[in-house]
Design a protein around this ligand. Structure first.
Ligand SMILES: [Zn+2]
Length: 159
């Protein structure tokens, strides 16, 4: 039960936000406001069609080193209160009982769909490219490579 691509997901999302900024980098500081943002996201028709869960509770993780998400809950320490972290933890909060494979291909699929709902299809495609560029498996919908973007010998993205 190894969470085999956790570090790759961390690296991909960090590189993406650094490169792209925009909505994914937007911060919301107060827990009550994060809760409102999450509630609004979950009200969107695209969200309601895709997932049955109707409430995710946002918790204040100010003493924690890391954010966390488990079924119906997310905990967001002060240092990571931006949209990228909210979406990452929501992708965990939509699932239950799969700790060993917390960042597996289903997680990536959900995460990409959440990015699409919160930003745009274009942004989600670029994000998926970053995940693939960092060797993350994003099955099932997102398999199939079209364009490999390289800088020197390093793969930056596969779109
Ligand atoms: Zn995670």
């Amino acid at each position: 039960m190894i969470d085999y691509q956790r570090q790759r997901v961390y690296n991909a999302e960090k590189a993406f936000v650094k490169w792209r900024g925009g909505v994914m980098a937007q911060r919301i500081e107060e827990v009550a406001d994060i809760q409102k943002w999450v509630d609004q996201l979950m009200e969107r028709p695209e969200f309601r069609r895709r997932w049955a869960l109707r409430k995710i509770v946002v918790r204040d993780g100010r003493r924690r080193r890391r954010a966390g998400g488990w079924y119906g809950n997310i905990t967001i320490p002060k240092w990571c209160r931006n949209v990228q972290h909210f979406l990452h933890e929501i992708a965990h909060a939509l699932r239950m009982g799969d700790k060993g494979y917390a960042h597996d291909h289903y997680f990536c699929r959900d995460y990409i769909q959440l990015v699409q709902i919160a930003t745009s299809r274009h942004e989600a495609m670029l994000f998926a490219g970053y995940l693939r560029g960092h060797d993350c498996d994003c099955e099932p919908e997102n398999r199939g490579t079209r364009l490999v973007i390289k800088h020197e010998d390093k793969v930056l993205a596969i779109i």
